[in-house]
Design a protein around this ligand. Structure first.
Ligand code: ATP
Length: 293
């Protein structure tokens, strides 16, 4: 039987993010509507002689033992408690790193799913979700995919109806990466407001494209945006430029990625070109209803 296979590890955006109180464990309590997108890494699982796993990444800087793929594999090995067949895992990195798109979490989730299958461990969804939460706050969402309301530190999920299809343009300033923990420690909650996600949830439950776009057009959809935008002139400039064109760029997660949703492919293409002319990277992709589709 052919045992080799590949899995997609799709990124996410945050359609809305509300940061609530800081917890005693150092994390912030959040509420966020997360959306899976078509931009994805790919993981290959291939049988090799020997036992355990061997990890390779197309991005040299991510090849270390602390890669979330290695950490997910180690966690599964510990859980399995039996001799495991040799497997080579190759990660083809495509999602920009430290961009608020949950690339590492997506890879961890794909590793849990892939090795559960490769090693025939038979772990159910609930067990995988629990293991995912040990690896990172966004890993449970990456295991589940689709559209969800995330609470707690992001690991408590409520599935939402699939978002209607939108084209999506991601805007990435060059040479600007933001660590999630730095983003969360860079502001005082008492100084900035928090958006209520209620109108967005209602729009998604109704499947109303107009209301979803209306939410993004209101300007304040992510608590972290007020804190992070003043720190990057390039982000401010590109945001202003896109707004002047009548577009509605908003920050994904802890940034620095901005995104624009649109129903029109032609508009998405033109927008991507404008972004590149401004010296930023542009990714034209789309929202997806199920993991990997
Ligand atoms: P999130 O949106 O979940 O906060 P992010 O998209 O901002 O995450 P990642 O791309 O997941 O950030 O990377 C954050 C850090 O995690 C990187 O700086 C990198 O050192 C580490 N990391 C570990 N494994 C991976 C991986 N497989 N892909 C990307 N980064 C990884």
């Amino acid at each position: 039987m052919e045992r080799n296979f590949s899995l997609k590890a799709p990124a996410k955006i945050n359609l809305g993010l509300t940061v609530l109180a800081r917890r005693t464990d150092g994390y912030h309590e959040i509420e966020s509507v997360m959306q899976q997108i078509s931009l994805a890494d790919t993981l290959f699982f291939e049988a090799v002689s020997g036992s355990r796993w061997h990890f390779f990444c197309t991005d040299q800087q991510l090849s270390g033992a602390d890669n979330l793929v290695n950490r997910a594999a180690a966690l599964l090995e510990q859980q399995a408690g039996k001799a495991l067949a040799g497997v080579r895992i190759t990660l083809y990195k495509n999602i920009p790193v430290a961009a608020g798109l949950a690339g590492g979490s997506a890879d961890a989730a794909a590793t849990l799913r892939g090795l559960n299958q490769f090693w025939n461990l038979g772990l159910d969804k609930t067990t995988l979700l629990k293991m995912g939460a040990l690896l990172g706050s966004d890993v449970p969402f990456c295991l589940q995919g689709g559209t969800a309301l995330a609470r707690g530190r992001g690991e408590q999920l409520e599935k939402l109806p699939p978002l209607p299809f939108f084209w999506l343009v991601l805007v990435l300033p060059t040479n600007l990466q933001m660590s999630t923990s730095a983003a969360y420690s860079s502001f005082d909650l008492n100084q900035i407001g928090t958006p209520s996600l209620h109108p967005l949830l209602e729009a998604i439950r109704k499947g109303s494209k107009r209301k979803i776009l209306g939410w993004l057009g209101r300007g304040f959809t992510n608590t972290l945006e007020t804190a992070l935008l003043p720190g990057s002139t390039q982000l401010q400039n590109i945001k202003r430029k896109l707004e002047n064109l009548g577009l509605q760029p908003v920050l994904s997660g802890s940034g620095p990625t901005l995104f624009i949703l649109t129903e029109k492919y032609s508009l998405a293409r033109v927008t991507a070109r404008v972004i590149e002319q401004e010296g930023c990277r542009a990714y034209l992709c789309w929202t997806t209803a199920d993991r990997g589709s």
